[in-house]
Design a protein around this ligand. Structure first.
Ligand code: C2E
Ligand code: MG
Ligand code: MG
Ligand code: MG
Length: 290
């Protein structure tokens, strides 16, 4: 019976494992050419000043449409890119494309807008990274303060090497943001030493914030501490006007989430930005003053 049971398990798990392994393998194989084959694209999600409703910036998010696998989630292909040594070319493509987009928007006469780009810690800590940023700034003509680099807390260590990367980037004039803030290991003590412009409170906290009094107090305290350290705050994953309203009361300035917009194409952003300057007061007042 034991043997039979084992056999049964084997038969049950094998196809699933094979499927996953095969998917991974195909992702790996085709990712190497995805950039050249122009299968990657960027979508942009607005970051909104929740007091005025104005779009302050956008976050660039990568999308990969594979001819037979379909949409491969970014969490999947970014991890793969890190593993197979493709994260450099991929990040370079994202940075160039995103920065060119800002210049295109400027030339089309839409208001100045900040572009946030996610940077994998693997590349951020690479010795070539600062040089890449210098090159991209020079090539594309984006104003340095229009570019914000989002890194996760894993790079926040008061390690001498990390500290010098942060200060070299600050010297270039680009902005730095800590993504998914609150889920990693950074202590407020280590944040004090870093020249970080913005903390993006992870969507997990926003999702939970109205569940009970403790969660609400937690987010309030987080916001207060961030402000005490002179960091701007962006709340991620804001989906309801109740969440937005509470964040406003706590003094949070900016938010990003489905309440305002999903990540969308560059043309749709252009339209939103045109509305933005046309209406002046912002485009989401009905959602904001609820
Ligand atoms: P992230 O940087 O924290 O980006 C925010 C993620 O939350 C995005 O998922 C976005 O679509 C999603 N999101 C936005 N608003 C809401 C909301 O109201 N509710 C919920 N539930 N989700 C919301 P996405 O686009 O699937 O990206 C996932 C992650 O993949 C990103 O998380 C980022 O870490 C990574 N990623 C995406 N593009 C790139 C890239 O070009 N380079 C690197 N290194 N990482 C990237
Ligand atoms: Mg991000
Ligand atoms: Mg991220
Ligand atoms: Mg995040």
């Amino acid at each position: 019976a034991a043997k039979e049971h084992g056999k049964h398990q084997y038969a049950f798990y094998q196809p699933e494992l094979t499927q996953k392994a095969e998917y991974r393998f195909r992702v790996e194989q085709s990712l190497r050419q995805a950039v050249e084959k122009q299968q990657l694209s960027l979508v942009y999600q607005p970051q909104v000043d929740i007091h005025t409703g104005k779009i302050i910036g956008v976050e660039a998010l990568s999308r990969w449409h594979h001819p037979s696998l379909g949409e491969v989630p970014p969490t999947e292909f970014i991890a793969t890119a890190e593993r197979i040594g493709m994260i450099k070319p991929l990040t370079e493509w994202v940075l160039r494309t995103a920065c060119k987009q800002v210049v295109d928007w400027r030339q089309a006469g839409v208001s100045n807008i900040r572009m946030a780009v996610n940077i994998s810690p693997v590349y951020f800590l690479d010795k070539d990274f600062v040089t890449l940023i210098k090159n991209v700034l020079a090539e594309t003509g984006i104003v340095p303060s229009e570019l914000e680099l989002e890194v996760t807390e894993s790079v926040v260590q008061t390690d001498q090497q990390n500290l010098s990367i942060f200060s070299e980037l600050k010297e270039l004039g680009v902005l730095l943001a800590i993504d998914d803030f609150g889920t990693g290991y950074s202590s407020f003590a280590s944040l004090k030493h870093l020249q970080v412009d913005c903390l993006k409170i992870d969507k997990y906290f926003i999702h939970d914030m109205l569940a009970d009094h403790k969660s609400k107090r937690l987010i309030g305290s987080m916001i207060e501490m961030c402000q005490g350290l002179d960091h701007k705050i962006v709340a991620e994953g804001v989906e309801t006007s109740e969440q937005c309203h509470t964040l406003q009361q706590f003094g949070c300035e900016m938010a990003q989430g489905y309440l305002f917009s999903k990540p969308i194409g560059a043309d749709e952003i252009t339209q939103l930005l045109n509305c933005n300057s046309h209406y002046g007061k912002g485009i989401w007042p009905h959602k904001l003053d609820s």
